[in-house]
Ligand binder design. Sequence first.
Ligand code: NAD
Length: 318
Amino acid sequence: MIEEKRIFLTGAAGFIGFHAIQAFHKRGDRVIGYDNFNGYYDPALKEARVQELKKIGIEVIRGDLCDQEKLDSEMTEFGTTHVVHLAAQPGVRSSLENPQACVKSNEEGFVNVIESCRKLNAKLIYASSSSVYGLNKKVPFSEEDRTDQPASLYGATKKSNEVTAHSYSHVYGMHVTGLRFFTVYGPWGRPDMAYYLFTKAIMNGDPIKVFNHGKMKRDFTYIDDVVDGIVAAVDLGAECEIFNLGNHKSIELGTFIETIENTLGKKAEKKMLPMQLGDVVETYADIEHSRAELGFEPKVSIEEGIQKFIDWYKSYYK
Ligand SMILES: NC(=O)c1ccc[n+]([C@@H]2O[C@H](COP(=O)([O-])OP(=O)(O)OC[C@H]3O[C@@H](n4cnc5c(N)ncnc54)[C@H](O)[C@@H]3O)[C@@H](O)[C@H]2O)c1
């Protein structure tokens, strides 16, 4: 008998959550979202995403991860079998500027979520990050590599989630899967991320900030590919696993900017700056483990993905 999935998805008003919850809904799983709509970036974008979800019959509860009672009661009432936990305080820079907010949502919030899962015997699939690789120099980054040298507090909180999940799996036999996302981009994306800031600045004729003089490489992963990985991880429902979800292509920042320029048909005015605190020079995902266990196969090229983002950006901001 196929188990009926009732998926409680945190961070549903956020970028990745908004896309992931629709994928589960479309294929017939029962879903409900949970989000506090915080003001880290324009809450109007979060509200607009949730309006889109409402149109197709998806409900998003307004609540905070730090409210354990509410989490417990909402998850119980929904009859949750799986929790896809994507709510967090993202951003390397933000974790340096506002460390307490980062620890509150990412560590206290995580323990609350895993506690609620334990009480309901629900499987947990949660967002980790390529940031856990920190100062690891060996590329591509494999799940076997060192992750005890984070370069930022944000990376440290994501590593803390992974070790916390391991301990719960060991003690209570819980099913936990951590997904290390690599620079996810696409329509309805996050306004604090470089691709969004670059697009906005180039369109407005403003200069863009290019850190480390452009000598950086990132593994940019299109949202639909990441969502495929999340869905596959829910279906696998592994005992205790960690997977990289990256595009397996590390691209120079300069090439990335060129792709945006070509798509917009407009050159960027570049302001070259030194490396920012907390940043790493390169990210690059080894995806052999995800390929083997999740059938993960990224399909969208950077040119195609950026075109889709810019099409959305123009229509959203008219
Ligand atoms: N986008 C990326 O490139 C990327 C890369 C690596 C990891 N991640 C992780 O993936 C997850 C989703 O990221 P995203 O890009 O969609 O970010 P996002 O900020 O768009 O979404 C996160 C959502 O969580 C909500 N939230 C934050 N703190 C909360 C709290 N205390 N209680 C309830 N809701 C809260 C926010 O309101 C937001 O809507 C995060 O865990 C993030 O750390 C993202």
